[in-house]
Ligand binder design. Structure first.
Ligand SMILES: C[S@@+](CC[C@H](N)C(=O)[O-])C[C@H]1O[C@@H](n2cnc3c(N)ncnc32)[C@H](O)[C@@H]1O
Length: 427
């Protein structure tokens, strides 16, 4: 199977896939990262169990069965090549074996565009070779996805299946997170059973829903200045089974909610694309990062999406947060960066001497656990899983000589391609 995700999430997807299908006759999935000019970046797995096992991967966008590559000579008709692939033995075997009822398909060009004439020619050739294959863009049971590049054509058969993963979404807000991005943020943050999680820009609540589904927590708190968003978040969180989540109307820049300091601030803030087009968003997000650094309990984490990566990373460092993972991601036509920052478990001596006693910088209640860095997260970054004692020594350092890693690096023995377009600027 070729499994795809938003660009930048490949390593997280691979890590998720590796946890699936452990009980099947073939054993756990062994994801392999692939990237080539004809087929883009994807994670490939050999699946021996049920197809719906793949819905366990919450960062996945699509699944498809790839057909063998076909050479495409210069000037050759792409439509004829697509028809030839669809009529191949492998294709017919897949379509006949896995379709209930009529085999209806639509052709999707991965490079974009409708290319109606090419679709027409391909469909006519397919009909001539196998009349049971019906080109029906409105009621298709299969998407036939066509990739071309480097003198080759690659055809993938993507079954159109009902996706149960995000059924909790009862409502939406403008600029709601894409659920696979929310799932990635929650996964990067990791699970600590004692987590006090705060999403200060909660919107429709997808980050909190995904965090709730991932594992236990002590408190889930979402806040937003828009009461309508809070109503929608309530519906979504209830549907996700997080009825205990607390929702408050408040300004994100006005400090954390009352009660215990958050151990995890997990959020997708306004990114300046569809809403919140004010010119001072960068300065506001600087303030937000400074506030988050103050609000977090010692050992806490801020995991969020930044539209101004270099700037917010610098503010975070100045505010005493250590970058743990930085990964550029495609948010649907523009890039931003997932940033994971950790606050030292014990405050460095220099700031103790300042005696500023800020909320969240409490020294009286060191957190149990490994400051949110489970073995899974360490593995995701290709690190060795360090024992706690050594980790704590590292947390005590004032300087942070090791640069943060991009998420991924080395997963299941395969190098992860860096996200494309690293230098692309926001529009
Ligand atoms: C990008 S959306 C959040 C998307 C959310 N993660 C979701 O899943 O729907 C940003 C949210 O921040 C809220 N917001 C913007 N500025 C705010 C502020 N100063 N304080 C609190 N909420 C704010 C907006 O009302 C909006 O709901």
């Amino acid at each position: 199977m070729a499994v795809r995700c938003r660009r930048g999430l490949e390593a997280i997807l691979a890590e998720e896939l590796a946890t699936l299908d452990k009980g099947s006759p073939g054993g756990a999935l062994v994801p392999e990262l692939r990237s080539d000019p004809c087929g883009g970046t994807r994670v490939e797995v050999m699946l021996s169990g049920r197809l719906d096992v793949l819905f366990g991967a919450r960062t996945m966008l699509s699944i498809a069965l790839p057909l063998p590559l076909r050479k495409l000579d210069p000037g050759a008709d792409l439509a004829a090549a697509v028809a030839e692939r669809l009529l191949s033995r492998e294709s017919l075997e897949i379509l006949r074996r896995f379709t209930l009822g009529a085999i209806r398909y639509r052709i999707d060009w991965a490079g974009g565009g409708k290319r109606r004439a090419a679709v027409f020619r391909a469909a006519a050739a397919v009909e001539a070779g196998a009349p049971e294959l019906v080109n029906d863009p409105t009621q298709s049971t299969w998407d036939v996805v066509v990739y071309e590049g480097a003198g080759r054509v690659r055809v993938e058969l993507a079954p159109r299946l009902p996706d149960p993963r995000f059924a909790y979404r009862r409502g939406d807000v403008p600029a709601a997170s894409h659920p696979t991005i929310a799932a990635a943020l929650a996964r990067i943050a990791g699970v600590r059973a004692d987590d006090v999680v705060w999403d200060p820009f909660v919107g429709s609540g997808l980050e909190l829903c995904e965090r709730a589904l991932l594992g236990p927590y002590r408190r889930l708190v979402g806040s937003d200045r828009d009461p309508r968003a809070l109503e929608i978040a309530r519906e979504n969180l209830d549907a996700a089974g997080a009825r205990d989540a607390e929702l408050l109307q408040r300004d994100a820049y006005g400090g954390p909610p009352p009660g215990d300091a958050p151990t995890l601030i997990l959020t997708n803030p306004p990114l300046g694309r569809r809403v919140e087009r004010t010119g001072d968003l960068d300065a506001l997000l600087d303030r937000f990062v400074e506030g988050a650094a103050r609000a977090l309990a010692p050992g806490g984490r801020l995991v969020w999406i930044s539209p101004f990566p270099e700037r917010t990373e610098a503010v975070a460092r100045r505010s005493g947060l250590r970058p743990e993972a930085l990964q550029r991601v495609d948010l649907g036509g523009f890039d931003a960066q997932i940033q994971s920052f950790h606050k030292a478990a014990v405050q460095p001596q220099a700031s103790l001497d300042r005696g500023d006693g800020r909320r969240g910088d409490r020294l009286d209640r060191p957190l149990p656990g490994r400051a949110g860095r489970g073995p899974q997260q360490a593995e995701l970054r290709g690190e060795q899983h360090r024992p706690r004692r050594q980790e704590e020594r590292h947390e005590h350092r004032d300087d942070h000589p090791k640069p943060p890693r991009p998420i991924g690096g080395w997963v299941a023995g395969h190098a992860v391609e860096p996200a494309e377009g690293r230098r692309r600027r926001r529009g």
